[in-house]
Design a protein around this ligand. Structure first.
Ligand code: HSE
Length: 438
């Protein structure tokens, strides 16, 4: 019988606890797959009592994570503590000590991935991160290995469960954003700092990782355009629905003629698309390859056992590859490290999209003519339009427009022109529209 591979677990909260449970429950099957037992030999958690409770006193528990990273008996360090300060030190030290690393930490990789992968490359160790994007969905493996014949054209994903839950509740129950947020936090999917979810930052971290492996570009998180869902109203969700669309927080990365788009924002999607019907806290990622066409991956993007599923798959991979020549391994970012590309990242002003615009207009002759003239002068073509009657006792009405595809900077100009009209009051609401054609 082969000697077990020894794991040091950093963090035994939701995902760490799930990892412990699943690894224990399925150990026989996992051993048959990995070729040797995978055994957690040491656990670090700031809450030692909790760690002892979960592990039932069967392994050494400490509050000193560095001692796990430096333990000569540990072959693989699993980092599940999150954050980018201590986690970074621990991961870099583990690499320095020649240990393989499995992490679910999307923020760490999006911000410091270049440094971490370079260090791992130098030391000949693996840094595996399936659990960092879309929880239990094996999207990293799919894009990096399963689709490696393709030129990836674009990826569009619902990659934050908390916001998808909020948007689903807003649409189905007609609730306001603030009312649903608290409920979402109680369900335990939210980040430690929920602004990471609702402002789109968590999705942006994950999108950066997807873009890196899709196009073979280095991490450059500061270039991801990020807009969350806090300004979405139930009115907009309702109008979108009347026009045949659902509103989703999408992470989109696309290769265009001039560079790569990376953007996270609320998006109208035709309701007949499968991905438009991904509800609750579920995640889904659409990947368009030139050979395969569109592929859709769906599943739980958060939670204890779904995320543990990804962590343990990485442990199995590392176990199988630990003794292999580093050159035989799958490169961290899908492309050979000396083959990364310096494709430019497009600023949002250079991105092409269709748009939903909502205007508050005085109900009097000539207003629509002014609106269409401003759009026409910028060569922005209108796809659909709805005008609502003013509510009882009011003189202003909502006008909702859908445009054909245009450059974002043209829409910026149009919005400035429209907002300057005396007959238009307040700010114009803009939401991008993606048709996600195969
Ligand atoms: N806060 C994340 C989500 C957890 O809501 O999807 C998984 O990364």
């Amino acid at each position: 019988m082969m000697k077990p591979i020894n794991v040091g677990l950093l963090g035994i909260g939701t995902v760490g606890g799930g990892t412990w449970t699943v690894l224990t429950r399925n150990q026989e099957e996992i051993k048959r797959r990995a070729g040797r037992p995978i055994s957690i030999v040491k656990v670090a958690d700031k809450d030692v009592a909790r760690a002892q409770q979960v592990t039932g006193g069967t392994v050494a528990v400490t509050d000193d994570a560095m001692s796990v990273v430096s333990d000569p008996d540990v072959d693989i360090v699993v980092e599940l503590i999150g954050g980018t300060t201590l986690a970074k030190q621990l991961v870099l030290q583990a690499i320095e000590n020649g240990k393989h690393v499995v992490t679910a930490n999307k923020a760490l990789l999006a911000l410091h991935g270049n440094e971490i992968f370079a260090a791992a490359q130098k030391k000949g160790v693996i840094v595996a991160f399936e659990a960092a994007v879309a929880g239990g969905i094996p999207i990293i493996k799919a894009v990096r290995e399963g689709l490696s014949a393709n030129r990836i054209e674009w990826i569009a994903g619902i990659i934050n469960g908390t916001t998808n839950f909020i948007l689903t509740e807003m649409r189905e129950k007609g609730l306001a954003f603030a009312d649903v947020l608290q409920q979402a936090q109680k369900l335990g999917y939210a980040e430690a700092d929920p602004t990471f979810d609702v402002e789109g930052i968590d999705a942006a971290h994950k999108l950066m990782i997807l873009a890196a492996i899709a196009f073979g570009i280095p991490m450059q998180f500061d270039k991801v355009y990020t807009e969350g869902i806090t300004r979405l109203t139930r009115e907009d969700i309702g109008y979108a629905e009347q026009l045949g669309y659902r509103v989703k927080l999408l992470g989109i990365t696309k290769r265009s003629e001039n560079g790569v788009e990376m953007r996270v924002h609320p998006t109208l999607i035709p309701e007949k698309r499968l991905i438009a019907n991904v509800n609750g806290a579920m995640n889904a990622v659409l990947v368009k390859g030139d050979a395969v066409g569109p592929t859709l991956f769906y599943g739980a993007g958060a939670g204890a056992e779904p995320t543990a599923s990804a962590v343990i798959a990485d442990l199995v991979d590392v176990t199988r590859m630990a003794t292999a020549d580093p050159h035989q391994r799958v490169p961290h970012l899908a492309f050979q490290p000396d083959q990364l590309s310096d494709l430019p990242i497009l600023p949002i002003s250079e991105v092409s999209s269709a748009y939903y615009l909502r205007l508050r207009a005085v109900d009097k002759p000539g207003v629509l003519a002014d609106v269409t003239r401003i759009l026409g002068d910028l060569a922005i073509s209108i796809d659909a339009m709805v005008q609502k009657e003013p509510a009882e006792g009011e003189t202003e009405a909502d006008i909702v427009l859908l445009t054909h595809i245009t450059l974002e900077k043209n829409i910026d100009c149009a919005i400035a022109g429209l907002e300057a009209l005396a007959s238009i009051s307040g700010k114009i609401k803009r939401i991008r529209v993606e048709h996600l054609h195969g």
